[in-house]
Design a protein around this ligand. Structure first.
Ligand SMILES: Nc1ncnc2c1ncn2[C@@H]1O[C@H](COP(=O)(O)OP(=O)(O)OP(=O)(O)O)[C@@H](O)[C@H]1O
Ligand SMILES: [Mg+2]
Length: 209
């Protein structure tokens, strides 16, 4: 049985879809990976379609999209056939998000390192707590150091919420790779972005074992 990671954050545009795609490609270097898109915006599904004809796309990633009552059985099927399943969720708190969180081993919450993004994550944090799921916050579009980032790190530590040490910076490479159906580890395997994503994937793998 594979491990299921729900990428969730009530706040729109925090980087859920980008993170799901980048991690899927990084994990696929050493594991069999599936992505499940439960967002009606279907960005990850479009990414997967682009990927199917992208010359630089390395390892195969299974892509599925579903919603509603089928979601849980679809997840069971994907987890039975893959080492890792990443779920990209819409920026809401609803029944499907709860289904995804309930089925997951880890809830990954991307956020910009600024307080309103943590406030916006409260609904997702509450749902993960209700479902007794392991949670990890990950800073996205993060400056290397800033007053706000430090303040937020202190607040997160005080609340004893797990924050992954590796953060993703704001880099055009992420958006560019996504637009090609790729991950940065494929589009530019020796870039700093690729290093960030590999380091993040390793930290997440540690949490799953
Ligand atoms: N680290 C980053 N560097 C540069 N661009 C980024 C980064 N993270 C995300 N983006 C860009 O920001 C936009 C929003 O990201 P994304 O679509 O992943 O957010 P989301 O949380 O999935 O949004 P939604 O809530 O609408 O589903 C996209 O255009 C994406 O390419
Ligand atoms: Mg999205």
């Amino acid at each position: 049985m594979g491990k299921i990671i729900a990428v969730a954050q009530q706040k729109g545009g925090a980087g859920k879809t980008m993170l799901a795609s980048q991690l899927a490609v990084a994990f696929a270097e050493t594991a069999s990976v599936a992505v499940l898109d439960i967002d009606p915006q279907a960005s990850l599904t479009i990414w997967a379609k682009l990927r199917s004809t992208a010359a630089k796309a390395g390892h195969k990633i299974t892509a599925a999209n579903t919603a509603g009552w089928r979601l849980t059985t679809e997840l069971e099927k994907l987890a039975a056939a893959h080492d890792i399943v990443l779920i990209d969720t819409p920026p809401v708190i609803d029944t499907d998000n709860r289904r995804a969180i309930r089925a997951s081993h880890l809830v990954l919450i991307p956020l910009n390192p600024s307080p309103p993004d943590l406030w916006a994550a409260e609904g997702t944090l509450k749902m993960a707590a209700e479902e007794k799921r392991k949670v990890a916050l990950v800073f996205n579009r993060a400056p290397a150091s800033s007053k706000l980032r430090k303040r937020l790190e202190a607040e997160i530590a005080a609340r004893r919420i797990r924050l992954l040490e590796t953060a993703l910076a704001n880099r055009a490479g992420y958006a560019n790779a996504f637009a090609e159906g790729l991950g940065v580890t494929e589009a530019g395997p020796t870039t700093i972005a690729a290093e960030e994503v590999r380091s993040l994937a390793a930290a997440i793998q540690n949490l799953l074992t």
